[in-house]
Design a protein around this ligand. Structure first.
Ligand SMILES: Cc1cc2nc3c(=O)[nH]c(=O)nc-3n(C[C@H](O)[C@H](O)[C@H](O)COP(=O)(O)O)c2cc1C
Ligand SMILES: Nc1ncnc2c1ncn2[C@@H]1O[C@H](COP(=O)(O)OP(=O)(O)O)[C@@H](O)[C@H]1O
Length: 327
């Protein structure tokens, strides 16, 4: 059985069972393959030292605090990020509340108050470009020097490049998802992009068409391309179901609403209302179309189902992490 994983809010002094740990520090939005290089280094170091493996992350994403006027498509909201980190093998994530006030802290106060006093770390692991403290005072050299002064280890991990050329980044992944390239995004993430939300009621029309759909609202900042996808659906109890999903405004039946994610699960007939479920995106099949009536819509949905079944029949895990999420 997997060991218990803890989500801890920032500004708390860690209990003794989690002190002395190795902490990976960063926003890690997406927990992509570049992040995973940093996270793996922290895990290896924790195993070598025989101490807890922790992640320190900032919520909400600092960019939303510095640029509140620019919406940010967050790839991994806190519960999703926490689940990925637990699958990856960490003992806990510390979700430090990020505010303007927090950002005004000096780099030295970040070291003494957060890393030393609250977390009691034995080693910090960061990416090559991690900066911290007011006006980005603290960089890699500062952290290394602070480690020598305060007696904790420091490891910094180089930029992780895709096929040796392009740096893997959250912004590249956001752009791929916005362009309808979920398979390419999965290549950079190391797993299939996954959203989590509660199943809500709709117009109850789907069941009369032979295509009941489990409906979810995604965050309004999600700029995932609208259209039809081959997906895998995960229920709260961990069971997986293949399906086909539509993300969009349903121009045939309801042209005005905000986009909805609606998933038809194959070979399934239970109620899902009120359950928090996950949808993982494997392939983009087509854009949404305004049909003249329900018959051509249903005929197209049947073709979509056949195409999604064919896509999903051939999929393989991209990594151990992917295997834990969608296989
Ligand atoms: C595989 C699939 C493909 C869909 N394609 C379209 C489409 O091209 N155009 C459209 O207006 N709605 C499309 N929809 C949305 C349907 O109109 C919607 O699911 C149906 O009206 C049921 O609505 P309800 O869940 O509120 O009952 C699609 C839904 C699914 C599951
Ligand atoms: N195969 C299935 N795929 C999706 N949802 C299903 C399925 N079978 C039963 N359901 C249930 O039916 C609901 C969807 O039915 P539907 O008529 O489309 O109503 P709604 O308008 O609420 O989407 C889902 O939320 C779920 O509780």
């Amino acid at each position: 059985m997997d060991k218990p994983f803890e989500r801890i809010s920032g500004d708390t002094v860690l209990p003794s069972r989690l002190r002395g740990g190795v902490v990976a520090i960063g926003n890690f939005d997406g927990v992509h393959r570049g992040h995973q290089a940093v996270l793996q280094r922290a895990l290896d170091e924790a195993h070598r030292r025989g101490v807890p493996a922790l992640v320190l992350t900032f919520e909400p994403h600092p960019r939303t605090v510095f640029r509140p006027d620019v919406p940010l498509f967050v790839l991994t909201p806190p519960p999703v990020k926490a689940r990925l980190l637990s699958y990856f093998g960490f003992d806990a994530v510390i979700e430090q509340e990020f505010t303007r006030e927090f950002s005004e802290r000096s780099a030295e106060s970040f070291i003494t108050d957060i890393l030393e006093k609250n977390l009691g770390i034995s080693c910090a692991v960061t990416g090559f470009d991690f900066h911290f403290g007011k006006d980005r005072q603290g960089g890699p050299a500062y952290l290394a020097e602070a480690g020598r002064r305060h007696g904790f280890g420091v490891a910094q991990v180089e930029a992780f490049c895709d096929e040796g050329t392009d740096v893997v980044s959250s912004s590249r992944i956001r752009a791929l998802l916005t362009e309808g390239e979920p398979a390419e995004a999965a290549g950079l993430l190391g797993y299939r992009f996954t959203v989590e939300s509660e199943i809500i009621g709709g117009q109850q029309l789907g069941r009369t068409l032979g295509f009941p759909t489990a409906n979810m609202r995604l965050s309004p900042q999600t700029t995932l391309k609208e259209g039809i996808y081959a997906v895998r659906f995960r229920r709260q109890d961990g069971t997986l179901h293949d399906g086909v999903a539509s993300f969009g405004r349903r121009p045939t039946v309801d042209d005005n609403g905000a986009p909805l994610l609606e998933t038809f699960l194959f070979d399934f007939s239970d109620s899902l209302y009120g359950e928090v479920c996950e949808v993982s995106f494997f392939a983009y099949l087509r854009g949404e179309v305004k049909f003249e009536g329900l018959d051509p819509l249903v005929a197209q949905m049947k073709r979509d189902e056949a195409e999604a079944r064919a896509v999903l029949a051939g999929v393989r895990p991209l990594s151990a992490l992917d295997g834990k999420i969608t296989f």
